[in-house]
Design a protein around this ligand. Structure first.
Ligand code: HEC
Ligand code: HEC
Length: 482
């Protein structure tokens, strides 16, 4: 039944979205409710055209009216994206019990002068370890003072003020009643999977969700914690007698843009060649249509979200994956019972559906025109799909296999160390869209190839492709254009 006209539907959607935007409240850490505003409030998005585009449900339909079911699904999808975005950006899933209560990271951030310990983390230090500031929540007066150089960026008290404004991307502070003393801290997905566009200053700008935090030195940040004993305790399952100093050394070995999601599962800190066992933080955009996720294909987006929220962020939720009972492959996880973790209340499971929906909605960003040579890229596309046979695995336009997207280490000509740490003991064909956004820390799971040319040279050797230097250049330009 097509009884709702386009105009009326548009009006209704606008009303419902405005309503959802104002009333979507959301318990960030159990202590405070934050109001989630639609981005349109910051005049980022022309909501009218976005909505109009989204209600163009079926371009082949004779009229643009739609049935009540179509209508409900469309509005529901927008609401889910909206809620999922809040979860991604702001939700700690109650992980303050770990980062605050146990590691006491907030004390290191505040510093002795503000009731914590040590020198504290000034905004200058925070930016230096790759944390980012969301310019859109900064009050006008603060922006003016920042522009005039009137803000002390060397004072940890300024960091506390930024945390109070919820302006540090991916980090949430909890404050006492006076609003001055930092009593706990938690992290969100945005910490590792967002950056900013530097529109105000380096490290200060509008959020870019889904971009890999390639400046972020997660290991160095965790190593600041006054108490790393919880990590010592877990690692002791496989390294009896390990001490805090060694744990800090491992954390400091990772470097910017890297994190080791397997460390607390198997206790492996280094590759056989002595390099850190950490992997690159991958982008979390352009994931729609991709079957398995993570470098080693642990599961779907939502599997991994539950995994990370509960086992890595230490949020208070439920996670079930019996594969972690394998004592040989995951000695720590098996001993610590990570195969089945439950919390009551469960602060993770109710958010998984919207969170997944949001991530699937994040498109890979288009490269700036000036960032690659267009005619070389066109020639490169022919090589990619033809002679170099790249498209046999990286099938356009997904650039991974539609279907089963896993390969053995031998197939791609590298060692199996990281593959063997995942349940399938294989590597996942990396989807290549938006490669241009993460070129800083190298390519492949551990960044072993410094440049795209190095990646291609590797394939050239491994598959005996006999590519000329011109063909390699063209391939690089094509990869940069995706
Ligand atoms: C401390 C940093 C960190 C945090 C916080 C974090 N991630 Fe990740 N994320 C990673 C790393 C590292 C990987 C790669 C893991 C691997 O392959 O072993 C990853 C992988 C992923 C992937 C797979 C991407 C792909 O290419 O298939 C998704 C999706 C993802 N994370 C989403 C999330 C969500 C949602 C959250 C919040 C619940 C989150 N992450 C929190 C570091 C982080
Ligand atoms: C046999 C399947 C296969 C073929 C053929 C193949 N790749 Fe890959 N590709 C993979 C896998 C698997 C990975 C992930 C490696 C890892 O995680 O370390 C990958 C990773 C990459 C990456 C790194 C992505 C990132 O985010 O770091 C690039 C770039 C790439 N491939 C380009 C190419 C090009 C160009 C060709 C053709 C010359 C090609 N691939 C041929 C399977 C393949």
């Amino acid at each position: 039944m097509k009884f709702i006209t386009t105009t009326f539907a548009t009006f209704l959607i606008l009303v419902i979205i405005a309503f959802a935007g104002i009333h979507t409240t959301f318990a960030g850490n159990g202590n405070s409710d934050i109001n989630v505003e639609l981005d349109s409030a910051n005049s980022n998005v022309d909501l009218d055209s976005a909505v109009l585009e989204s209600i163009d449900l079926d371009r082949n339909a004779k009229s643009r009216s739609f049935s009540p079911q179509d209508f409900r699904n469309t509005v529901g999808a927008l609401e889910m994206i909206n809620k999922g975005r809040s979860t991604f950006r702001y939700d700690t899933f109650g992980d303050e019990v770990f980062w605050g209560d146990q590691l006491r990271l907030h004390e290191a951030i505040a510093g002795e002068a503000n009731g914590g310990v040590g020198p504290g983390v000034s905004p200058a230090t925070a930016l230096a370890v790759g944390l980012k500031v969301d310019v859109e929540v900064l009050p006008r007066k603060l922006l003016r003072d920042l522009r005039l150089g009137r803000v002390d960026l060397t004072d940890p008290a300024t960091t506390l003020a930024l945390l109070q404004l919820n302006a540090v991307v991916g980090v949430r502070g909890t404050f006492d009643k006076s609003g001055k003393a930092l009593t706990s801290v938690g992290i969100t997905c945005a910490l590792c999977h967002s950056t900013v566009d530097d529109s105000f200053a380096p490290g200060i700008g509008k959020r870019l969700d889904g971009w890999a935090a390639d400046d972020l030195n997660v290991g160095a940040i965790i190593a600041l914690s006054p108490n790393v004993q919880p990590l010592v305790d877990l690692l002791s399952f496989v390294h009896p007698g390990i001490d805090a100093e060694t744990v800090r050394a491992v954390l400091n070995s990772w470097g910017p843009g890297m994190f080791d999601a397997g460390l607390l599962m198997d206790g492996k800190a280094f590759q056989p060649n002595g390099d850190p066992a950490a992997t690159l933080i991958p982008p979390a955009f352009g994931l729609t249509g991709v079957n398995l996720h993570t470098w080693t294909g642990w599961g779907s987006v939502t599997h991994w979200n539950a995994f990370v929220a509960v086992l890595e962020m230490h949020g208070q939720g439920t996670f079930i994956d019996p594969r972690l009972n394998d004592e040989t492959q995951f000695p720590i996880a098996a001993a610590a019972g990570f195969a089945e973790v439950r919390h009551d209340p469960d602060l993770v499971t109710p958010k998984l559906a919207d969170l997944q929906f949001y991530q699937l909605s994040i498109k890979a960003p288009t490269p700036p025109r000036s960032s690659f040579d267009k005619s070389a890229a066109q020639r490169g596309e022919v090589v990619f799909n033809g002679r170099a046979n790249c498209a046999s695995c990286h099938v356009p336009p997904l650039f991974t296999e539609p279907g089963w997207n896993m390969h053995s280490a031998e197939e791609i000509g590298i060692d199996s160390f990281q593959a063997d740490r995942g349940p399938d003991k294989a590597y996942r064909t990396a989807p290549l869209k938006g490669l241009w956004t993460h070129t800083k820390n190298g390519f492949y799971h551990d960044g072993r190839f410094a440049t795209l040319n190095d990646v291609i040279t590797h394939y050239d050797d491994h598959f005996s492709l006999g590519l000329s230097d011109d063909e390699k250049w063209d391939l690089v330009q094509y990869l940069r254009s995706l």
